[in-house]
Design a protein around this ligand. Sequence first.
Ligand SMILES: CC(=O)SCCNC(=O)CCNC(=O)[C@H](O)C(C)(C)COP(=O)(O)OP(=O)(O)OC[C@H]1O[C@@H](n2cnc3c(N)ncnc32)[C@H](O)[C@@H]1OP(=O)(O)O
Ligand SMILES: O=CC(=O)O
Ligand SMILES: [Mg+2]
Length: 721
Amino acid sequence: MAAYQQRDALSVHPQLCDFLEQQVLPKTGLDPALFWRGFAHLLKDLSPENQALLDKREQLQQHIDDYHRQHPTLAASDYKAFLESIGYLQSEPADFRIQTQNVDDEIARLAGPQLVVPINNARYALNAANARWGSLYDAAYGTDVLPETDGAEKGSQYNPVRGQKVVTWAKDWLDKIAPLTQGQHRQVTGYRIDNGQLSVSLENGDVTTLASPGQFVGFKGDASQPDAVLLQHNGLHAEIQINASHPVGRTDPAHVSDILMESALTTIMDCEDSVAAVDGEDKTLVYQNWLGLVMGDLSIKMQKDGNTLTRRLNPDRDYQTPDGKGLSLPGRSLMLIRNVGHLMRNPAITLDGEPVFEGLMDGVITSLIAKLDIMNQGQFGNSRTGSVYIVKPKMHGPEEVAFTNTLFARVEQLVDLPANTLKMGIMDEERRTSLNLKACIEAARERVIFINTGFLDRTGDEIHTSMLAGPFARKGELKQRPWIQAYEQANVLIGLKSGLSGKAQIGKGMWPMPDKMAEMMEAKIGHPKAGANTAWVPSPTAATLHALHYHQVDVFEVQKHLPDAQGLRDTLLQIPLLEQPDTLSADEVQQELDNNVQGILGYVVRWVHQGVGCSKVPDIHDVGLMEDRATLRISSQHIANWLHHGIVSQSQVEETLKRMAALVDKQNSGDPEYIAMLPEPEKSIAFQAASELIFNGKTQPSGYTEPVLHKKRLEMKQQQD
Ligand SMILES: CC(=O)SCCNC(=O)CCNC(=O)[C@H](O)C(C)(C)COP(=O)(O)OP(=O)(O)OC[C@H]1O[C@@H](n2cnc3c(N)ncnc32)[C@H](O)[C@@H]1OP(=O)(O)O
Ligand SMILES: O=CC(=O)O
Ligand SMILES: [Mg+2]
């Protein structure tokens, strides 16, 4: 490898240095020498504060651990007073309303799915950006929303029986989204435009129109024989595609070939929980993909179904309006970028021989690249209002939000962007943030564009913070306890009280079972019903299906009728401990352990050996679960907690690790890149990483998994060199 490059006080990984100097800086109009000097100053100025915030996390944790040691039985009021006394629980600020300006409609005024994607996977990232529009027919055909009964199996070839069920199901959705004055969409034999109105012929010969004619907002092709009819409902679009020569359209009475749903309004390009990026080489790929997305020239050659194709960003979609004008709708999801949190350092750049804080580096470099969007240099453009949307994860309390606010202001000066161009998405995913959410929002009142319940990290932090309070309930049960309902509810209500409606997103967390779409359709309607105008989905297909929920529920109407947050803070403080540890049977304990260990090994082995930051890992019931750093935090902290309280023993965990390693090796045997952990687990870096995450779980900062993952991945990369 070429040597690190000295730039001002910084040593920069050669790949990263070349990338910035050759591909980014020349486009920005910034003087490279001034940029490096400013970057070095920013790091010098902000690193001590960053470190002090991390030290404070540890001090508070120490106080909390001591308290639990001294108070084996908790008295709610004493516990609360203690948390106040150490400044963990702060007094709530007076009422205020956020002042964020220049926010795109997708975030401020619309309600719809938010897709998340690991940014270092270009194939997926492009797919995600294009997931603004998704085929309802494909979403139904390829998932379990329609059962594979009565001859409707998916099979390996197109099954016309299933195909017919899909068409009927999808057209029934059209009846909910845009009902007709008479009859149903499945009875339609033709759609045409007559005098600016949608004219709909039915199989009985009658001609009807939409019950709300204003829902017809555009079309493509000839008015008398349109190729596409564009409908709008609750701010979201749906396009009926008509094509008599398409295999599906050919046999359809109205020649409908598909229904295209406006799906992922926004997408988070993730540099964090779903990504493995441990050094300059990995970080360069992350930033390179972000540049390609911003400039609109990212492309990837890929194999799919035996064909080679090139995936690029989709253009906008053009229509004629009913009154003969042109209408252009965004062809791509509005992109946000999730930086990493305040914890990690990364050797991509060093200052005084020390790797710099990765969150500071992400803040600078992702904003520098996004400046190109603000300069309208990209082929397509992302924000139409001149904003850059950065999601900041894993912040603990208002001081850390204020620190991010300071960072963003410094970055704006450094890369020469107007004040408050950099907007902030606040992940409400740490206990100190949930408990002080109002003050957190206030600390970023001119920048905040979302608060989101990252319930996965939040669950990990719940366990770590109260590690010594007692053994926690089983993982599945944690979601049923009052604390989490209070957390979800308080997030929405505090967001509304702070004036987020119409200005920012109130978001809900990830659906972590990517193949369980029928269950998602049942469960995730709860999100808009709770007043959230977005919620996370793991895939484009899930985005298309979840979009249906925002047609069923008018979120902004729901938001008008929600109560004030009263008493939720006290409920948030109810730690979800096992109610009667002695009543757990040995089998139940082992089952819980097997499940956690399998998830840990299945995820960690791909992370450490192959650098894959997000995986679908089967649980012990063979349900594929989305696993990322946050789910790993839960599983590893859960076992660490049970070990500490003697629910499981060290030897039991060791035996389980070896048994589950055999299973995980077997599950991955079809992957030619896979490196097995057995027969010599003591020599397997991934196996060691998993063991360390568990056995040293109590001492990991806030229970985070990144320190061990990064260390072990770096070790693996060195071994492979
Ligand atoms: C706690 C948190 O922070 S949650 C946020 C972080 N988590 C995420 O971002 C999860 C994102 N999701 C993913 O990474 C993936 O869906 C996984 C790892 C869960 C499953 O991936 P796979 O096992 O490869 O999925 P599967 O084989 O079912 O589907 C692959 C196809 O779906 C697409 N796909 C899957 N997920 C996504 C996504 N998030 N965005 C775009 N496309 C996606 C792929 O592009 C691929 O299609 P292609 O062949 O046309 O390229
Ligand atoms: O980042 C999301 C989470 O749930 O954690
Ligand atoms: Mg998280």
